[in-house]
Design a protein around this ligand. Sequence first.
Ligand SMILES: [Mn+2]
Length: 243
Amino acid sequence: MVKTNYYFVADVHLGLQVGNVKEREQRFVQWLEKVAADAKAIFLLGDIFDFWCEYKKVVPKGYVRTLGKLAELTDKGVEIHFFPGNHDLWTFGYLAEETGMTVHHQPLEIQLEGKTFYLAHGDATGKLTRGYRLLRAMFTSPLFQFCFSWIHPRWGIAFAHRWSHHSRLSKGIAVPFQGEKEQLLIFAKAYAENHAVDYFIFGHRHIPTVIPVAGHSQLFILGEWISGCEYAVFDGTSLRLTS
Ligand SMILES: [Mn+2]
């Protein structure tokens, strides 16, 4: 099959104990298999795993079908990019090494078929609340990560699962789109003032949205896979949200 498409997906939240956990992973793995057939590249824009963490010698249980499929596809030459989200930011080389994905810890501006894309998970994009800034600074701090790694995974991972389950987004309850007050839109508008970006694509918000930014520039917010299976596809000419 001729490879013509680029795929973007986020917020699968694999492992989240809401709804049918097994079915969600099957759905995602089947999707990967299906889109890989005509994919020039697949971009995983964060929170694919509801919790991911790499200890020196240990990774969390589960996700084996996903990890296997990702490795199988990259072995076959499929290009897969992984952006850590706020639920799966603790990857320090193992995911990239084991699955063959390219991991991006920073937002990526990339040219695809002559169009410019700005890609990020979105949790750290735009103006963050003071509380979230502190939390993020803590979670991304090497000292905090070092200390966490010394807690036995039995307690560390259990704590992380409880924390994740507690989060509003994880339960599939998204804050409605904030219109002009939406941080991702405010960011995109400001950024587009001095960068020629055709498409901004983010996840995190769990609300599939397409909204004009300025001129021909558009903001895409991807949906989630807790109850849906939404993604975006770029066929070389135009980008659209679909499921
Ligand atoms: Mn998120």
